[in-house]
Design a protein around this ligand. Sequence first.
Ligand code: GRF
Length: 207
Amino acid sequence: MSSDQEAFSCVVLISGNGSNLQAIIDAGFASDIRAVISNKADAYGLVRAQAANIPTAILSHKDFGSRELYDAALAKLISNYNPQLIILAGFMRILSHAFVKQFAGKIINIHPSLLPKYPGLNTHARVLSAKDSHHGVSVHFVTEALDGGPLIAQTSLNISPQDTVHTLQERVHTLEHKIYPQVLKLFKEKRIQLIDSQVFIDNKAIS
Ligand code: GRF
């Protein structure tokens, strides 16, 4: 089989609950996931993966002396599975230059804000204190810029006066659980391309 005809394959990286992983599994991608890898042994997402008969691996960052050493081991582990795509789904680590370079154009992330607004943590609280009218979720390619790589898809919601950090967290999660499987479907159907930092869907450049 040429690489064009190769069946879709991915590895999912997690650190915690794994509700996005669950949404991906529920959308029918379990057989495409070659492994779920966590940097935390107690990540509930590992239980979700095992329940779906997906191989799991734990690689604790605590066992390595530096980010570079950890990322080199992570890269080696991932390479054993030879995935077309590396899906970050609540993987709470910043990836090193070498790692991002090695897998350039093959790593995607989901982030709970309308990037480029609010990269980093605590997005819901920051949106509320800025009194924004909208919030949402972004899926993007991973580059060295924290939450700053080319955007693939976004969905937004209207913030109501009653919203709290908790309600926004729930509402954003609901959006995440829809958009991530939708984006994966596009990857599986080979409808997404990244050329010179520009994302194309169905051969159309997206802004
Ligand atoms: C999600 O909000 C995602 O946007 C962020 O981390 C969270 C992971 O949640 N990157 P879960 O582990 O998938 O439930």
